[in-house]
Design a protein around this ligand. Structure first.
Ligand code: ATP
Length: 249
């Protein structure tokens, strides 16, 4: 099974240091990890550093990968190219770094990704004509269709309605378990992180200040210290942890 371990990872933009010595335990396939932290904490920068798009000290270790390109990434702003249909754009994402000729299994993977995300009916639409939420789901399909062993998602639910948010997070958890895929998702909704993720890592001003099982990490103390809110976590009648935010402090 694939694992990802960060060892004293740093990153800079020019001379400005953004990430300082981020070290984590090994995250294993089959899990969903929440990457948490306030605006400008360094979450997107950490993804770029893991992907090798930014240089810096320290190392990103991937062990046990079965494929040459184990990583796929869905950026925060997925953009749109009006010249392509949804189907074509997802197929193009599938073909990145693979053979030149499209084969039956590539098309089957595109169909599967669109079906999994509930957007099969958008296949013939130009991606430039989609709503923000639709475009975000297409971005998720473009990442999933690459059959990654490690999937990095930068705020994948930010443009989605409530139904689609819950649907996407449920799908990611199911696919992580079914495929042995490691999913790391930057999230701002800590209630959803509590419900849908196994582990959490919390960045504050470029430093990793907490890392571990999500329920151990997302506590009222952390919410006060990192997010400057007064909050409680209570069990609902089904025993699930619920986050109740009382005030900004
Ligand atoms: N291309 C860039 N050049 C210079 N500085 C940058 C660049 N991209 C981001 N930064 C800076 O790096 C810091 C971390 O930004 P980053 O986008 O990683 O934060 P984030 O945690 O993803 O934030 P958010 O939750 O607001 O999306 C910020 O201070 C930001 O201004």
């Amino acid at each position: 099974m694939v694992t990802l371990t960060l060892d004293r990872l740093s990153a800079r933009y020019g001379r400005r240091r953004i990430l300082s010595e981020i070290s984590t335990p090994s995250f294993a396939g089959g899990q969903v990890v929440a990457l948490l932290g306030p605006n400008a904490a360094g979450k997107s920068t950490l993804f770029r550093r893991i992907l090798g798009l930014l240089e810096g000290d320290g190392s990103v270790r991937i062990d046990g990968a079965l494929t040459e390109r184990p990583l796929a990434y869905m950026p925060q702003d997925t953009g749109a190219n009006a010249v392509l249909t949804v189907y074509e754009s997802v197929l193009l994402a599938r073909m990145q770094g693979r053979r030149l000729k499209v084969q039956a299994d590539d098309m089957a993977e595109v169909d599967r990704a669109l079906d999994d995300l509930g957007i099969a009916e958008l296949g013939e639409r130009d991606i430039g004509d989609l709503s923000g939420g639709q475009r975000q789901l297409v971005g998720a399909a473009q990442a999933l269709v690459q059959a990654p062993e490690i999937l990095l998602l930068d705020e994948p639910t930010s443009a989605l309605d409530l139904h689609r948010q819950i649907q996407l997070l449920s799908i990611l958890r199911r696919l992580a378990q079914e495929r042995g895929m490691l999913v790391i998702a930057a999230l701002h909704d800590l209630g959803q992180a509590l419900r849908f993720t196994d582990q959490a890592m919390v960045l504050k001003r470029g430093e990793l200040i907490a890392c571990g099982p999500t329920e151990d990490v997302v506590t009222p103390e952390l919410l006060h210290r990192v997010y400057r809110v007064a909050a409680r976590i209570e069990r609902c009648s089904r025993g699930e942890p619920q986050l109740i935010v009382e005030a900004a402090v």
